[in-house]
Every structure is written in C-alpha cells, then in structure tokens.
Design a protein around this ligand. Structure first.
Ligand SMILES: Cc1ncc(C[n+]2csc(CCOP(=O)(O)OP(=O)(O)O)c2C)c(N)n1
Ligand SMILES: [Mg+2]
Length: 891
C-alpha cells in the first residue's frame, strides 16, 4: 500500500476514528483480495451513496504522483551509463548547432530549451521503443515536437546519417552544401521528416486521425495488422490549441490503442508558465481521462522514492499538491537553498525529511520526465495497454542542464549560451572537448568504433532501423483511362444536372473500378446528403469499426444509412479539421504504409481553406496527394445561404499553396479530364501535388466534351463557343456556372447589339498564372534568346478585342492574368459579403449575370472607340444594370 495514502494524520474526533477504521477495512480488502476487489468495493459504496442522495463528486484527478508506483516498476533493460553518455553527446550537439550558428549568423534562430527538456523522453524511445519496421512491414510513426528538431538532428549526426557539413548548415538551407531545415519539413528534407508539426496543434490532431486511419486500412485489409504505434510528442503549451484537445474522444470511441501521446510538461511555453496559477498536469489529466484515455503520469524521478517512502503522513504529497506550477518553476530556477526554505520549509516535518541532503542534492531532485527508469516504465505500460489510447504526462524542466537558462521565463528564446554556461554544460555532461572548442560551440563526434556509437547502432538495429526516415517505395497504380470516364464525357443529353451530381456519379464509377476502386477514400464532414452522396453511402458503406450495432430506421429503403466494419467512406461528422487530418493520413499513405490510397475530401467550399488552411499548408509540406473538392461553391451559385456560406475566395487561398492545383470547372467532362490526369500525375508519375476542384449545385444541361479540348482544360483555358456572327471583336471568359452567363451574354450581344463575341471556358486562372510566371522568369533570365509566350497568350492568339472575365469568385482570380492581358482585361467577380437571395438577384447584385457581362463588353468597346458610348450607356439601362447603386464590394 502506498504510504502517502495513509490516513488520518491525526485522530482528533470520533469521526476521524471512524474514518480510520473504514480505511483500514478497505486496506485489508485490497491487501487480501487485490486492487480489483478494492475498486468493486468502492463502486458499490458510491452507488449506495448516490441511492442515499449523497452528492458524490466525480474526481478525474489522481494524487500528484507517478501513476506507476515504484513497487510495480520493472528494471531498466538498457545500459544506463552508456545511454546517459549518448544522451549527453546529443544534448551537447543539439545545443552547439544552435549556439554556433547564432554566433556566426546572429538572428538565424533555433531552440535549445525544448529539446533539453525532452531529451530523456526521446532517448528512451529511440533506444527501446520506436520501431523502424516490423519485419517487412513499416514501423512506428513518430510526430516530433517541432522545436526539438536540433536534438533529432544531433542523434542522426551521431548515427552518421547527417554529415558535419549538414549540421553546420542548420538553418542555412540555401548554401552550396544542403543544410538542415529549421523544423520537421518533409518538403525540404524528404528522406528524413514525415510529419510537419511545428504549427502547434496540427501534430496531435494529425496523429490522432493517423491512428484511426491505420485501423481503417487494417480493417479494410489494405495493410497487415501489426503492433505498430503512433507516438505524438506534444508541448504542454501546445495543448492550448483547440486542435490538440478538440478531438480526443475519437481516440477512446475508436479504441485507438495504437496511439500514444507524450505531453512534455515542462510547465512553460514561450513567454512564461503554461499555468502559473494552476497545475497543467492536473488539468490535462482530467481532460484526457474525461475523454476516456489511459493516463500515465510521470511526475517524479527515482530520487524522490525514498522521500515518499519515509513520509508516513502524506505531508509531502500535500505540499506538492498545494504548489502551483509557477512555484514549481521558481523552485527549479532558484536552486537548492531556496527549495529547502520555501518548499520543504513550510512544514517542520518536511525539513526533517531532507535534513540529510545537501542543497545541491535538493536542486537535483529529478522530475519524472528526466528519469529513464520512470519513463521506460510508462512507455512499457503504454505499449502494452489495450482498449484506448494512452497519454503520458511527463513532468520536466524547460532548459534542463542549461545552467542559468534553466526554468527561466526567457529560456524558450535563448539561442546562445554565455561562455561560462557553455563551460558548465561541458563539465556537467562530461563532453570531451577542450574548453576553447566548447566556447565556440564545436560539435563532438566520438570515434567510429566507440562504445557509444556501437551501442546506439545496435539498439537501432534491434529496433528495425533508424528513425526518422521517410521512404518512397515504388508502387504501381493503374490509372483508369479517359475512356473509362465515358459517362461523364458524354454529357447529360439535355437533362439539367449539377457538377456536383456529375462528380458523385463519377466517384461511384471510380469506386467500382476493379483495380483502384478499393483504394479510393471518400471523406465527408456530415454533408453527404447536401451533395447527393446517399448512393455512395449505400454502395460502399460508412466505415464503422464496430459495424452497425443498431437497425437504421431507413433500413427498408434503397439508400439506407449503411455502416460497416469494412465500410469505405470516412464520415467524420462536423469536423473539417478532422476530415482534413484524415485526408492527410490518406494522402501520404503511399509513404507511411506503402499503399496508395486516393482521398476525395468533399466539403462545403466555404469551410475549407479559410477554416483549415493551416492544415492544408501542412498537407502540402507533407507531400500529400489527393482531391480536395469544394462543393456548394460560388458566391452567387449557392443561393439563399448568405454571408457565411457563400464562398467567393477559396480560389484565392488555394493559389497560395505551391503544390495545390486549383480548378473551377463548368462542365462534368472538364472534371473527368482533371481527375483522370490528376491520378496519372500523382500516382503514376509520382508528382507531389494535389487538387482543389470546386463544384456547384446549379442544374443545367451538361454538354458532351468537344474534340481536342483536353489540354486546354488541364492548362486552364480553351475556346468553348466561337462567335456565330463573324469574327469576334470581344472575348468573354467564364468559369464554373458563370460560363453559362457568358454564353447568354454572347447571345445578347449578337442579337441586340450586333457585337460578335467568342466564349472561353477558363478552368484555372491559377494554372495559367503559374505557367505565365514561369515563362516570364525564363525570359527574364535569358535576355539574349527569343522570348517565349505564356500558354494564355498562345491559347488566345488571334482572338481580338477586350476580354471580359466573369467568375463566381473575386475579381482578383482573373486579375492574376493582368500582367499579360494588360488593358484588355476587365474582371467581373463577387468581391464583398454574400447575401441571402436567389441566383438571379445575387448575380445582378454582384454584377456577374449575363446582362452585366454584355454591358461590360459594350462599355469597354466604347472606351476603345469601337462602340458608340451613348448606346453603351443606354444598354445598361435597357438590360437593368444599376449604374448608380453602391459597389457590392463594399456593401
Ligand atoms: C500555431 C503556432 N503558434 C505559435 C507558435 C510559436 N511558438 C513556438 S514554440 C512556442 C511555445 C511552445 O511551448 P510548449 O508547447 O509548451 O513547448 P515547449 O517548448 O515548452 O516544450 C510558441 C508559442 C507556433 N509554433 N505555432
Ligand atoms: Mg512547455
């Protein structure tokens, strides 16, 4: 029995006496019959108390102690001395790489205090837990705390995976020798890092959904079941991000015992304490426990064990529990004498408890996260635990070992150490380099056949190889030929359908494909019905790890709500962030699981980029592939929903992501061409890119694909309908459903004003701009050679007159081409806040209807002296375009 739980301290009243008897009886049950019977007894008592009307509070916190009592620990399996030595060398090199770089290049930055608090937590993992493979199967997936990257590099340096040259180029990525990126970026170090984690909160969220995706792949028999784990190292400050804690219940709901979070509770964030006036460990314990996670606290090192054992009254625990984190931090910052006076000194009994210890010994009393024995036992429990995910709350010291920077508020921003601190570091961790080299922050690499290097390598060999590494296995993918999309290419034969409907039937076809159908991962955040995806739910089922435990009320209907253990759809509920995390897991499965999966994440376009843009950015960094599909797109096409639903800017945001290829198709055959080519590029040609496609809910007849337009669709523009009335004097560009408005405008211009216009479908201004920029760059860099034309200019070669570009997105989308189209270009778009109304009124309001397009053409023709100005003015009146109203962009 743990002595600190003994009670009462003093038996002063009859009630104290009675309580002592109850506790003694309870102790007997536990001692004689085991802890389970103790728990039964307690539960029965709680039930009885509730029946009797006693208000029994729910406690989610356990005492401020290690969850695993010392008596239950197993001995450490490694060579503690050698491991400490290795860890010291890593600590040194991690610190030295930041220090020397900042000496050389002031302001280049980097972090030394995060890794210093994390070193033991990582090293125990590297030496005993993190498997790089399970036989032929891939190994554990580790999400590293981003700011601890110098420590991860320092280990790889000792392992001989990174050269001294590379390490010396930490944060110097643009020099002759490749350098090391500041943080985990697969884009920049594609054979090293797997997961971008440095934007706080994204790592834990992605890890959580990764764990679920791993089970999904197992349950769908796309990968073998292995004991593989996902480890996510999380900062305690990072837990303030809603993404970190916002989806915890998924872990327990799905029984993700393949997932382990390790929260590095160094009690500090960047500016100061995480919970100076409270206790972050208690707060997190309650949070995780409440969400059904297995919680293991690693609070105190082995050197506290004898003190706890000697403290028969529970006073030491009481003292710990009454300290807020701000005090705990101060104790570490101020040293042993202060700890004796302020911590132990509060109670004479506690002073007596430590009277045999020096001030220095008191200062060195270890926090749990720095004690390999405690950490090892926590990890062992975590990997053995079944039925729920585990969180390890490990108490550490920020800036551990950095002398004067230890546990200081400013430690996070410390980039350099003073000479004296460097010397002290060198002495404390016994780094065998001369004093002068230490002051320069020289790196230290032991000789090749040193005990340290041999031990490290052997440990990693036993664990299946080195970590982190990102692999790129050669995988085969059979892209369906374009002929297999024939239904989508054939048009709707006059039937009015939306691009969303066309896309859904295309997806249904793809899901039936005998070769790649099973690899498709449809992801929806509770909008399946909005997009008419019921038929897909019926066809392939919703993934539900438990199957369907109830009879759905609509079971008798054809399109019932079908959940299955091997269902294919990830129906995430109302979480775009969670869905995006699933998209990331699927979009990188080619590297993490050696299996290509093709995610189609279909969502309400407004709640995409602007809501979860940072996750999209991380997805691109991770070299994710797949299709983001923004449905109910367009500020005037989505009717009725108003300001917070009508998306007129996601294409602007999409344009900011370098690997995102964004398309705004008008017709279903355009979508088919884009999707087919996209699969070919991503999975056959292994291009690191992904797609954003907007879909609309406006019904209109889908034409059959004209001949020879494929290249234009993919590159961004093709002529859709030539003027029927002689050579055009004006060009009309349209995208999405606004293409139909351009066609109507063409008819108005011809019929009422005798003006001939061509109509072009612009599927992607973003693609056209990227092509033009790269051509222009080439021209700039090769002034002696004849200049090349960007695709846009070649495409419209010979087309005369001004260009009216109309879109359901902001004017800045077509304006992207203004450097090349210059004064020819007039953009009409939906700048401003949306409104609740129908399409007719919305398009009139935003001036993107056929009448606005036609009059814009007349207006610019008039300015160019090609049309009578008065007639143009009259046309505005005749066609009902308000000329004196306020600009919708500012309304
Ligand atoms: C989304 C986001 N906001 C802000 C930052 C800047 N930032 C970098 S580290 C840090 C403090 C981290 O504290 P904690 O999570 O406790 O990690 P520690 O370094 O203490 O282990 C902050 C605010 C960031 N990286 N990401
Ligand atoms: Mg912290």
């Amino acid at each position: 029995m743990n002595p600190v739980l003994e009670f009462p301290v003093k038996l002063e009243t009859d009630f104290d006496q009675e309580m002592a008897e109850w506790l003694e009886a309870f102790d007997e049950v536990v001692d004689d019959q085991g802890p389970n019977k103790g728990a039964d007894l307690l539960n029965a008592l709680v039930r009885r108390a509730r029946d009797a009307g006693v208000d029994v509070p729910v406690h989610l916190n356990t005492p401020y102690l290690n969850t695993i009592p010392a008596s239950e620990e197993v001995p450490y399996p490694g060579d503690r001395k050698l491991e400490r030595r290795i860890k010291s060398l890593i600590r040194w090199n991690a610190m030295a790489m930041v220090h020397r770089q900042n000496k050389k290049d002031p302001g280049i930055g980097g972090h030394i205090s995060t890794y210093s608090s994390l070193a033991t937590l990582l090293e125990v993992g590297f030496n005993h837990f993190f498997r790089a493979s399970y036989g032929d199967e891939p190994g554990d997936l580790i999400y590293f705390q981003g700011h601890a990257s110098p420590g991860v590099y320092a280990r790889a340096f000792l392992e001989g995976r990174l050269s001294e040259e590379q390490v010396k180029n930490f944060r110097h990525e643009l020099r002759g020798t490749p350098g090391l990126s500041s943080y985990p970026h697969p884009w920049l170090m594609s054979d090293f890092w797997r997961f971008p984690t440095v934007s706080m909160g994204l790592g834990p969220l992605n890890a959580l959904y990764q764990a679920r995706f791993m089970q999904y792949l197992e349950n769908r028999e796309l990968i073998k079941k292995t004991p593989r784990k996902i480890w996510a190292f999380v900062g305690d400050g990072e837990t303030d991000e809603p993404e970190t804690l916002g989806s915890l219940s998924l872990g327990s709901r799905e029984k993700l015992d393949n997932l382990i979070f390790v929260v590095n509770c160094n009690l500090q964030r960047l500016d100061g304490p995480v919970r100076g006036n409270g206790k972050i460990v208690n707060e997190l314990e309650a949070y995780f426990r409440g969400a059904g996670w297995n919680v293991i606290k690693v609070m105190w090192g082995c050197d506290w064990d004898p003190l706890f054992a000697a403290d028969k009254t529970g006073l030491l625990l009481k003292r710990m529990e009454e300290c807020v984190d701000g005090e705990l931090q101060t104790f570490k910052a101020k040293g042993g004498a202060y700890i004796r006076r302020e911590f132990f000194g509060k109670y004479p009994e506690l002073l007596k408890l430590v009277e045999h210890m020096s001030d220095d010994e008191l200062h060195r009393l270890t926090r749990g996260g720095h004690d390999p024995q405690k950490v090892y036992n926590a990890y062992l429990r975590a990997v053995q635990h079944t039925g729920s995910p585990t969180v390890i709350l490990a108490q550490t010291v920020k800036g551990y070992g950095l002398g004067s920077a230890e546990a200081r508020n400013a430690t996070h921003s410390e980039k350099k150490l003073a000479d004296q601190a460097l010397s002290a570091f060198r002495t404390r961790f016994d780094i065998p380099i001369p004093e002068s080299a230490a002051r320069d922050g020289s790196l230290y690499l032991p000789v090749e056949d040193s005990e340290e290097l041999k031990y490290m390598r052997e440990r990693r060999r036993q664990l299946g190889g080195v970590i982190p590494t990102r692999e790129l296995p050669k995988l085969h993918f059979d892209t369906p030929s374009i002929a297999e999309f024939s239904e989508s290419l054939a048009g709707s034969k006059g039937r009015a359908v939306s691009t969303t409907m066309g896309y859904v039937s295309m997806l249904r076809q793809l899901l039936k494909d005998p070769k790649i159908g099973k690899l498709i991962v449809p992801i929806i955040p509770d909008e399946g019905r909005t997009f008419g995806m019921e038929s897909i739910i019926r066809q392939v089922g919703i993934y539900a790890s438990k199957g369907q435990l109830y009879k759905p009320h609509d079971q008798d209907m054809l399109l019932y709500y079908r959940e299955e253990k091997n269902g294919q759809i990830l129906e995430e509920g109302i979480t775009e962030a969670g869905s995006m995390a699933s998209f990331a897991a699927s979009g990188t499965s080619y590297s993490n699981y050696n299996v290509i999966t093709v995610p189609f994440f279909t969502y309400y376009s407004m709640f995409g980029f602007q809501r979860i843009g940072d996750l999209v950015w991380a997805f691109a960094d991770a070299r994710g592939k797949g299709f983001l599909v923004g449905a109910t797109a367009g500020r005037t096409t989505l009717l009725g929903e108003g300001l917070q639903h009508q998306d007129g800017h996601s294409h602007v945001l999409a344009s900011t992501v370098p690997t995102c290829h964004a398309y705004d198709p008008a017709y279903v055959y355009e979508i088919a061409v884009i999707v087919q080519d996209g699969m070919r590029r991503m999975y056959e040609l292994n291009q690191d890119r992904f797609y954003y496609i907007t879909l609309y809910n406006e019904d209109y007849p889908m034409p059959e694909m004209p001949k020879g337009v494929e290249e234009g669709i993919l590159r961004g523009i093709y002529k859709y309908r030539e003027s029927a009335k002689g050579k055009a004097v004006v060009q009309l560009f349209g995208s999405g459903p606004i293409l139909n408005e351009a066609i109507k405008a063409q008819e108005i211009l011809a019929a009422k004003y005798g003006v001939a216009a061509d109509v072009w479908s612009v599927t992607s201004y973003n693609e056209l701009r990227r092509d033009a920029l790269s051509t222009e760059r080439w021209n700039r860099l090769h002034p002696a050679e004849s200049p090349k034309n960007p695709y846009i200019l070649n495409a419209i070669d010979g087309a005369e007159g001004p260009i009216i570009a109309a879109t359901d997105y902001m004017k800045i989308v077509p304006d992207q081409l203004s450097p090349w189209l210059r004064e020819r270009l007039v953009s009409l778009g939906t700048d401003g806040f949306g409104r609740s109304d129908n399409r007719q009124y919305l398009r009139r309001h935003f001036e993107v209807n056929a009448e606005s397009i036609a009059t814009a053409a007349l207006s610019i023709l008039a300015r160019h002296g090609k049309f009578e100005a008065k007639r143009a003015q009259q046309a505005l009146l005749d066609l009902g375009v308000a000329t004196e109203g306020q600009d919708p962009a500012v309304l």
